[in-house]
Design a protein around this ligand. Structure first.
Ligand code: AMO
Length: 433
């Protein structure tokens, strides 16, 4: 539709054709209004029954809500209209009629539960608040890409059908690949590492990861979006610096470019985090958690941090923070240990006060040590030959991280359920739509 004007661009004095959805019909007797909604906003269309053609009035006011309509006419100033202008129509066409009963109410007057909303995402995303989440998500991804480019990294796309897992054997989705066993990829980890030894050196990827997690929680998905970074000649501190830059860039992009969306979500003020993210060692973290008294049992060295512990620490710190220097034994084989203490790894996590956002670290780039690490974790180095063999031909020291895209959106906007940040979430119950 070349001649279509967005509702937000309709100015008094213009003659326009707008197209969108019948948001509301208000019949006041001699006068009736049709509110047309498009992606930019809404506009009132006025029908004066005595002065207008009966067919025109009938088409415009008998239409079912949420039908797709096209209205042409003159735009006039009208201070009583919701947007101070209205269209006096000379033609109205119903392009796609909606059924009278809707599975959910896009005007938001009737609440729907999350499951109904997810089953009817098209209608759900006709609501300003829901649409705002995905506009913001898009801005986050745009800002993150820009930040990565400013850091001198190249965007890559790695396979999602793979022969081996990386993040622990229990969380893989098996598939059949021409009669051969294969899996949906859990992380681009090994591929991004292979690229730091290539001529690209510094890379990032934004793509899906698949985790066959059995549990159903408000912060886990079975298909998530991972924002991955990896750089040659970076140590774990360089990697944390890059991580902080990228996360802050996402907040700044939203603060600068998403005013209307933030308003739709009820924000009066939205602040990007300022100041450096504190860096606590794992040892300091468990001491601080123990000091809060939030846990029945005191944590000891080597324990993973339980969710209640993370929450207590998050409340105590009150901002994004890193946890560094994790025990080697609870970090994956590809994470490098500190040279002066093999019990301590260079692994780190970036935490939002409410949950983990990122895992990363410096990687083991020495072939012999890498193969030993596989064996220690009970993995067969032979199965990873495609990966380990490249470490024989000049693999530089390197570091990187993976950031959960949906968790970034969720924590930034204070969403209660990660599914709010995905169009069509995949979880234990949900494979369709
Ligand atoms: P990890 O497994 O910790 O690390 O994942 C990195 C980040 O991805 C997000 N995430 C998830 N989000 C939603 N649902 C899930 N099931 C899920 N699993 C992970 C989290 C998490 O912090 N290869 C390493 C990264 C690296 O070292 O570069 C990895 O995948 O926000």
């Amino acid at each position: 539709m070349q001649d279509r004007t967005y509702t937000a661009d309709a100015e008094p004095g213009d003659t326009v054709t707008v197209a969108g959805w019948a948001h509301e019909i208000r019949d006041l007797g001699g006068i009736a209004f049709l509110i047309v909604r498009d992606t930019t906003g809404k506009i009132q269309v006025k029908f004066e029954k005595d002065e207008m053609d009966d067919d025109l009035v009938e088409t415009g006011t008998d239409v079912n809500r949420e039908s797709v309509v096209k209205v042409s006419g003159d735009v006039e100033e009208e201070p009583r209209a919701p947007t101070d202008v209205e269209i006096v129509p000379d033609s109205v066409e119903v392009i796609a009629a909606a059924e009278p009963e809707l599975p959910l109410d896009p005007s938001g007057k009737v609440d729907a539960d999350l499951s109904t909303r997810l089953d009817n995402r098209t209608l759900d995303l006709r609501k300003d608040e829901q649409k705002a989440i995905f506009e913001i998500r898009a801005e986050i991804l745009r800002s993150v890409r820009e930040a990565f480019r400013e850091l001198g990294s190249t965007e890559i796309n790695t396979p999602k059908i793979v022969a081996t897992g990386t993040e622990g054997g229990t969380e893989l989705f098996p598939i059949t690949y021409f009669g051969q066993e294969a899996f949906m990829n859990q992380s681009p980890q090994l591929f991004k590492q292979l690229m730091v030894g290539s001529g690209l050196e510094r890379v990032f990827e934004i793509g899906p990861i698949f985790r066959a997690e059995e549990h159903n929680t408000p912060r886990h998905l079975n298909e998530a979006t991972s924002i991955d970074f990896e750089s040659a000649f970076f140590d774990y501190e360089d990697a944390m610096d890059a991580c902080e830059t990228v996360v802050k860039a996402a907040y700044e992009g939203v603060a600068e470019n998403c005013q209307a969306e933030l308003e739709a979500l009820g924000y009066e003020e939205f602040e990007a985090p300022s100041g450096e993210f504190p860096r606590l060692t794992y040892e300091e973290a468990i001491e601080r958690i123990n000091a809060t008294g939030a846990l029945d049992d005191q944590l000891v060295w080597g324990d993973d941090l339980p969710t209640e512990g993370e929450t207590a620490l998050g409340d105590d710190v009150g901002s994004h923070y890193f946890i560094t220097d994790w025990p080697s034994e609870i970090k994956p084989f590809y994470i490098k240990d500190h040279d002066d203490d093999p019990e301590l790894s260079t692994g780190f996590d970036l935490m939002h006060p409410s949950m983990e956002l990122v895992s990363g670290g410096q990687r083991e780039h020495r072939y012999d040590r890498l193969v030993e690490g596989f064996e220690q974790q009970g993995l067969d180095p032979e199965a990873f030959d495609y990966y380990t063999k490249m470490f024989k031909y000049g693999m530089p020291p390197h570091a990187g991280w993976g950031l959960g895209g949906e968790r970034l959106v969720m924590t930034m906007l204070g969403l209660e359920n990660i599914r709010e940040a995905v169009l069509f979430p995949r979880d234990r119950q949900r494979l369709s739509p």
